[in-house]
Design a protein. Sequence first.
Length: 121
Amino acid sequence: MTTLQDLRAKQEELRKQQEEIARSIEEIRSSQRAGVIAEIKAMLAQHGLTVADLETPAGRAPRAAAAEGKTREPSKVAVKYRDAETGSTWTGRGLKPRWLASALEAGRSLEEFLVEAPAAE
């Protein structure tokens, strides 16, 4: 029959063994990680890629403007509807603005607010 001392000694032995195994696992992971990083760097160099290339969608080159640090200006959308009384405008995109929604509820038509397209020259 095993005694309490024997069980505690066995428990301590197992705990030490567990710590050794955990250390071994960590060492293996560290060495594997270093190897994987070296392989990735070699493959990047072999294919002429940079880390920035990894951040772009697959198959697309990074934009020249982004590479130069320039940002793209948001595109301007022509005004499609204007309230002549207040000067409020709407491009026709997104939700209807409150001024237009309330005017439509009051019985006015959307065509009343339509802005004339400039004549093509």
